[in-house]
Design a protein. Structure first.
Length: 243
């Protein structure tokens, strides 16, 4: 069985819990800006935006106007992509991007170029500053691998609390092969040293599909759907029953 013995160790190495450089509170705004520029490129080229698009498209078809909260939004490239995609299809998506880092939120405001359908706020994923059912959709992309299991469970519960329709977590799948791939990509494309260091580490801090399912169960959502996407991406999806 994959996950046990020698084969399990080859395909699913032990999770690394060492902090990434981008988690440091002492990084300069210049380093953060350059690293997030790399992250935007990676999201475009290696499926970060595509996962959310595939998971959200069926939900966005159901209404002319919807609202979305994006946790750990970084420079908000993913909610911006979904806002513009909805607009191109004659629909409207209004999004709030939340990040705990005020410097990153400032960079995001610049990247948003004053888009009227995106608002940026600071806050913590484990204690969201919104009342119940504030948003139709709540997403979180490439942030859960920064969380301990206990914080990930708390964040899932908070996401579910403020969502009316669905919760979507978009992250990486741990493995030696994707870690090697991102090691090569970041260096061949001359990305910032911060990105070169953190890219493979992000993969090794992420979870397997079964571990994502376990997080869903621990958060109280045993029927959460966990799906694999290209480029070793994973989506954990909780659809809320209409009341």
């Amino acid at each position: 069985m994959i996950g046990g013995g020698l084969l399990g160790r080859i395909t699913a190495p032990l999770r690394v819990e060492r902090d990434e450089l981008i988690d440091s509170p002492h990084l300069s705004a210049v380093d953060l800006d350059q690293s997030f520029s790399d992250i935007r490129r990676i999201n475009k080229l290696l499926g970060g935006i595509a996962v959310i698009r595939r998971e959200l498209d069926p939900l966005l078809e159901a209404a002319q106007t919807m609202t979305m909260l994006d946790l750990g939004t970084g420079t908000a490239d993913i909610p911006l992509a979904m806002i513009r995609r909805s607009r191109s299809r004659g629909k409207r998506l209004q999004a709030v991007g939340l990040d705990s880092n005020a410097t990153i939120a400032h960079i995001a405001k610049r990247e948003a170029i004053g888009d009227p359908d995106l608002r940026l706020v600071t806050g913590e994923a484990g204690q969201l500053p919104f009342p119940e059912k504030s948003f139709d959709l709540v997403t979180c992309s490439l942030t859960f691998h920064h969380f301990s299991d206990s914080l990930a469970v708390s964040a899932l519960r908070e996401m579910h609390r403020v969502a009316r329709r669905a919760v979507i977590v978009n992250d990486l799948q741990r493995g030696y092969l994707p870690a090697c791939l991102i090691w090569v990509v970041t260096r061949l494309t001359l990305m910032h040293p911060l990105t070169c260091h953190d890219g493979p580490l992000s993969v090794m801090r992420s979870r397997t599909l079964s571990e994502y399912r376990d997080l869903g169960s621990r958060a109280g959502f045993p029927n959460a759907q966990v799906r694999s996407h290209p480029f070793w991406r994973a989506a954990l999806v909780v659809i809320k029953e209409p009341e």
